[in-house]
Structures are given as structure tokens and as C-alpha cells.
Design a protein around this ligand. Structure first.
Ligand code: SF4
Ligand code: SF4
Length: 93
């Protein structure tokens, strides 16, 4: 197995339907963000740009693999770990 997409297929997710553990603090900041690194640096594709929405960065938190990278790249992303029993399960080590 050689690429990230293949590894991601091994993961199992238990989404928390009641609490979103990855949030954008202020979407108006995203409108002014030139490079939008969240769109390319999240390995699981959690952040998606949709210019036609009032909140342009969609956050698909249910597919987060909890790597923590977004905490390092942008102060406008509010990341916490999911509640116990929820989130990603690494079933292959
Ligand atoms: S979440 Fe951060 S990196 Fe992503 S568009 Fe908004 S300000 Fe830019
Ligand atoms: S913790 Fe990792 S997988 Fe989850 S949203 Fe942040 S960068 Fe993406």
C-alpha cells in the first residue's frame, strides 16, 4: 500500500452527531485568506471551499483523522479531540 488514499480506506469512524469537534472561529477571515492552506494540508480533506455559501469553508468533521495539523496552520481553526468513543479508529495499527 503506497498512497494516503489507500491508508484512509482502512480507517473506521464513529462520528459524534451531537458535537462538532473541528470548527472555524470566524468565516469572514477565510474570505480574506489568500492561500487557504487548510484546503490542501488536511490529509483527510475535512475543509472544502464553497464560494457561494455565506460560510465558505465547509468543515466535514466526521472524516477527521485527528492528526492535529490544522492546529498548526491556522489560528482560525478551533480543534478539539472528539468525545470518548467517537472519532477515528485506527484498526490497522
Ligand atoms: S480556516 Fe484558516 S487557513 Fe482555512 S481559509 Fe480560513 S483562515 Fe484560511
Ligand atoms: S486534525 Fe488533521 S484530519 Fe482533522 S481536520 Fe485537522 S488537519 Fe484535518
Amino acid at each position: 500500500m503506497t498512497n494516503l488514499a489507500d491508508y484512509l480506506t482502512l480507517l473506521h469512524f464513529t462520528p459524534d452527531e451531537h458535537w462538532q469537534h473541528v470548527l472555524i472561529t470566524d468565516q469572514s477571515i477565510c474570505q480574506q485568506c489568500r492561500d487557504k492552506p487548510c484546503l490542501t494540508l488536511c490529509p483527510s480533506g475535512v475543509f472544502t471551499w464553497n464560494l457561494h455559501k455565506s460560510e465558505p469553508v465547509l468543515v466535514l468533521y466526521k472524516q477527521c483523522i485527528e492528526c492535529g495539523a490544522c492546529r498548526l496552520i491556522c489560528d482560525n481553526i478551533n480543534f478539539s479531540y472528539p468525545c470518548g468513543g467517537c472519532g477515528v479508529n485506527f484498526i490497522e495499527g
